[in-house]
Design a protein around this ligand. Structure first.
Ligand code: RRO
Length: 291
């Protein structure tokens, strides 16, 4: 059994967290995933106003992963009540906004309930919120500073849909980020040849799952060289060996999303493999592939 670990200011039960997404929309779901062996959980992203999300289909299984365009559905400030059920547990609240002021407003609602924040500057299909903001280092820095001011751990989740992810990581760090999370989904599209139209209602969306694991490893590797704060790896992780590989690239903790949809017991399974008596010592392998 691993001891507790602290990553980017957040005290975790182990190195494995639920990634932001649909499994983080209720307090009951977050509690259940913590009970299955996750060392921490990240909520579905919460924004400045309630949002219904895109018209369906919003989630489609494709070769190698899952394509989604949920459209940032969230209950906004009402979500605070959901967190009553997980008070005192390692819950990182994912937040988004279009401006530094909006990020600051949303974060302010959760200062009592959150163990820390994860700033979502990386949704690949969000009008006014995702792509433009997340590829602009000056905006990343300003939004990060608006939240890090509140003196809670401030993680910043980056998009892979940029030429220079290291520049985005350095910008978050200048803004006071306590950890960098990489990656959000990869901008992608599938077309139904039978229906002659895109499979997603929104036409394009974000790809997650095993197909993006090599992209995530490359991003974590780049960020580890560019940044001084810890890196949290995310993207296609589905096994203990994937966790070890992410750590060798430079991740101090790892988030799992799509693989949990297919197997709600996966945290217990991976933790049992990872922390077996003949398993690895995470503190010895983080970044070892850079030697
Ligand atoms: O809600 C979404 O459609 C969504 C978000 Br906020 C995100 O950050 N990443 C993603 O793939 N989908």
């Amino acid at each position: 059994k691993p001891g507790p670990v602290t990553v980017g200011g957040v005290d975790l039960g182990n190195h494995l967290l639920l990634a932001a997404g649909v499994l983080g929309t209720t307090g009951a779901s977050l509690a259940r995933i913590l009970d299955t062996g996750a060392g921490g959980v990240v909520t579905k992203s919460i924004g400045p106003v309630p949002k219904e999300g895109h018209a369906g289909p919003c989630v489609v299984t494709v070769d190698g992963g899952v394509l989604n365009a949920m459209g940032l559905p969230n209950p906004s400030s009402e979500f605070v009540q959901e967190l009553d059920r997980v008070r005192g547990r390692p819950v990182v609240v994912s937040i988004f906004g279009g401006t530094p002021e909006e990020f600051s407003t949303v974060a302010g609602w959760f200062t009592q309930a959150a163990a820390g924040f994860e700033l979502n500057v990386s949704c690949p299909h969000a009008e006014g919120y995702g792509a433009a903001l997340g590829s602009d280092p000056a905006m990343i820095e300003a939004c990060t500073r608006a939240v890090s001011r509140l003196d809670l751990p401030t993680w910043v989740k980056l998009t892979p849909n940029v030429t220079d992810i290291a520049a985005c990581g350095r910008a978050a760090e200048r803004g006071g980020a306590t950890a960098i999370v990489a990656i959000n989904t990869v901008r992608a599209m599938r077309i139904s040849t039978a229906l002659r139209r895109p499979v997603l209602g929104n036409r394009f969306g974000g790809l997650s799952g095993p197909a993006i694991f090599p992209i995530a490893v490359r991003c974590v590797y780049d960020l580890y060289e560019a940044c001084s704060v810890p890196i949290v790896g995310c993207g296609g992780v589905a096994s203990a060996d994937n966790v070890v590989e992410m750590m060798m690239a430079g991740a101090s903790a790892v988030e799992i999303g799509s693989a949990v949809q297919g197997d709600v017991g996966i945290f217990g399974t991976i933790a049992a493999d990872l922390y077996s008596p003949d398993g690895i010592e995470p503190q010895e392998i983080v970044g070892c592939a850079h030697a």
